[in-house]
Design a protein around this ligand. Sequence first.
Ligand SMILES: Cc1ncc(COP(=O)(O)O)c(C=O)c1O
Length: 462
Amino acid sequence: MDNSLKLFNDIVSKLLADEKQNPVAEFVSSDELFDKLDLNLSDQPIDEERFKNAVQDLVLKTPRTATNAFFNQLFGGRNGKAVLGDLLAVMLNNSMYTYKAAGPQVGIEKAIISEVCKMIGWGEKSGGTFASGGSMTNFMSLLLARDSYDATIVDNGMMHLELMVYTSVESHYSIEKNAAFCGIGRDNVRKINTDDLGRIDINELKEKITEDIQFGKKPVLVNLTAGTTVLGAFDPIEEIAIFCKEHNIWLHLDGAYCGSVLFSKKYKHLIKGVELVDSFSFNAHKMIGTPLTCSLIMVKDNKFLFDSFSSEATYLYQTDRDEFNLGKTSLQCGRRNDALKFWTLWKSVGTIGLETIVDKQFELADFARDYIKNNEDYTSYGIEDSISICFNYKGIPAQQLCTQLYQESQLLVGYGSFQENEFVRLVTINAQNDKDDILKFFKTIEQFVEAHMKQAIATAEV
Ligand SMILES: Cc1ncc(COP(=O)(O)O)c(C=O)c1O
């Protein structure tokens, strides 16, 4: 173990030093990957030197998500205290299903869930769990909705029912995928249009549900999004919550991307009414900045988690109360400890520190939006109060610009579309960045275009 830890330290030191010089890793195309790196496996062991070189090379050529040049997905940065927690979780290697196997780590998870439920405004009955990602917490919300609609489904199946799910056209693709997984079917997901700011159209939602009920269908779930994947828009909650309650429909708030505004006094208004939903999920590995993955789902009444996810297994549950055997409310059996990294971060910086992390992202986003507004070479497609900044530069197709920046190891940034427009999507999710890093992002694009993409500008102008 000592040798491996030493090797770990050596390689990580190299990585950190190299990241300072080269915030973007050398581009390795998928075509040449197996030629450029020593990835193939063999029957025989290899000597330490070759092993070290293979691992180090792999690490150094891997895309760098913690630097000020990574804006490609909805995560980024590297928080020391959270990394510490995750490294310790690996060393301890507990599985979170029972108190016997995880001991005080169960308390870590319970402490986080309990604090978050309090912040939502929920009482004693509430609860929650961690899952392996936002797609999975959405999956859980669907199962909760289905089972709360009809508790016999878990035993009898659902061939006789036509269950319906409602979500906006801007919501995450996992909603449809999950409907397929659980037997509801993709075609029974109604995609509701949004307004021009990317928020679900309440009237259309109500109309579709009313119509479906008239035709004998069974609406079970309305999924709302707190931070849509492309625009970062927040669906309104309150009016829809009242409607769902009247019609006995489970309401889930998918806050995978931006649900962490819960931690901010300034931005919590974006999820006004969160206490009215039945379940709420967020990814701490996105806005809070823990390492991947750290996804939580909270339910107003923990009974529903038990009803959908508990199963007896005498070979597993041998001591302690259900409440401390977290496998009873989890999608998985063996489950890694994703709570510790969140806890080490939260414990060290306090709730105020988490608030600062969230607020910083909006501050950077406002700065980026101002930059675009004040520069006529940019066209803005984004919305206010969002950490996704959507724009095009000099009319260059977003896909072309993003791909060339990637292949030339300049920047990692992605593109998206809304209505008929396609644009670059800058995400200011790395709270370790400063305004200078955002400025550098724009300058890198401008200099790159000037040096390499004049032809693209000329084509765009035609
Ligand atoms: C709104 C939303 N929901 C769910 C997800 C899925 O989360 P994960 O990638 O952790 O599965 C994402 C991912 O970006 C998202 O933006």
